[in-house]
Design a protein around this ligand. Sequence first.
Ligand code: NAD
Ligand code: UGA
Length: 479
Amino acid sequence: MSIRTICCIGAGYVGGPTMAVIADRCPGIQVTVVDLNQARIDAWNDPDLSKLPVYEPGLDAVVGRCRGRNLHFSTAVEPAIAAADMVFLSVNTPTKTKGVGAGQASDLRWIEASARQVAACAQGHTIVVEKSTLPVRTAETVQAILSAAQGDGASGGSPKTFAVLSNPEFLAEGTAIPDLEQPDRVLIGGDDPAAIEALAGVYGQWVPNDRILRTNLWSSELSKLTANAFLAQRISSINAIAALCEATGADVQEVAHAIGADSRIGRKFLKAGPGFGGSCFQKDILNLVYLCGHYGLHEVAAYWQSVVDLNSWQQHRIARLVVQRLFGTVTGKRIAVLGFAFKANTNDTRESPAIRICRDLLEEGASLFIYDPKVKSEQISSDLPETSQIVDSLNCPEAVGKWYLAKSVNDAVYQADAVIILTEWPEFADLDWSTIYTYMRHPSWLFDTRCATNWPQAVEVGFSVWVIGKGIVSNLRMR
Ligand code: NAD
Ligand code: UGA
């Protein structure tokens, strides 16, 4: 079966970029991305490509090439499903906040709702592809919902039939376009060979066949959770060693380099930092923990839970050590926070380590002057809900425990006691610490939680400097 029309339900960080690349690489397929969120769809349709709702390097060019040709964004969900040979479910699957499994299990209400919509609106034979990250055996639920509608002939049309596939997405934010254009692998799980080959035929238009892996449904669903758990585990491992380096005089970058030279370990994903963020690592591990508990594998659950626990500890540890170094109190002190996104090259702040670290510092009474090249003030407001924003930075007598969105690095560091680097934006690598030093209150501290700055220059010009996995690299100078 050759696919001519695709509908993707969910125009988020995955649905938007993934479908844009499919449309770009498969000019013979009409791709429609639908979402309930009108504002999001309007932003995808904005003539100004710098206003797309997802910031990804290279995405604007891909959307610019295909939009209106064979890539469409719409809130008209039903006709898009009806017209589709293949429907991707790319909706959100956050951690449940209430009920059984709250705090661990995935909330599958959006997957269920979209499967029901497909069941109601599909016509003829439709291949339904799970693109969202899901607990192993979710395809059973999707199949059950679709089976209940199977055979209902649309008035006079051919009866409905369905095939369900799992095709998890492995893109990372910030590198979504290269990850989609040259994936390490594409994973397709299913038990219907014709459906598997139809989807493989879509990817086969740009991905070499030996990179398209075919498995059963459950292996595919579980491989996605496992991949994220392994990646997150590496970060917790190196962050644990970073703390030990700071205590012993070892240097985590040298340790990472030394162990990464072992080809069995490899060099990637060994950067110590303020802890992993992003919408998925924590949610997916918690989901794994829940599944293990469900199957009575309590030791396995505890093992994976420790990866998340270490990550939370790392974030609180950083906030605590900033307070300690600033003479045990930050009440009323100005602290410049550089970076709020969970990593560079994205405007996404979901589970960003900056949220927990800023919250801890605000609770201690600090005034935070936050600068991020891509994150907007409304986003920070919603991430720090119980706090107040300073509107006028030059006239803020009551700034204790409040934050201000700075327009530039210089705006953020003015009269600050400390600078904390929380995201490794490339522009922070070249900051001129001698100029920044003149704007700050002295003694001045730099806390580089990403080892992403020219911190030796900061030491040189008089800063007291703490770097992740190295500890204090200068002693406080008495001036
Ligand atoms: P997202 O929240 O950015 O987007 C999901 C979209 O689905 C939202 O815009 C929402 O309005 C829409 N939606 C929900 N229910 C709908 C319905 N019934 N009809 C129409 N639209 C509906 O989420 P995301 O980051 O794109 O993640 C989607 C899935 O992909 C999750 O399962 C996630 O774990 C997985 N994933 C995410 C990433 C990533 O980098 N963000 C990477 C790999 C996998
Ligand atoms: C991650 C995975 O890398 C993707 O393969 C997966 O598809 C995706 O989750 C998902 O399922 O959502 P993402 O969260 O976008 O992608 O970004 P990563 O590059 O993995 O970074 C995650 C977090 O780990 C960031 O906060 C980053 O700063 C941190 N990190 C990463 C480190 O602290 N050290 C590293 O060495 C690497």
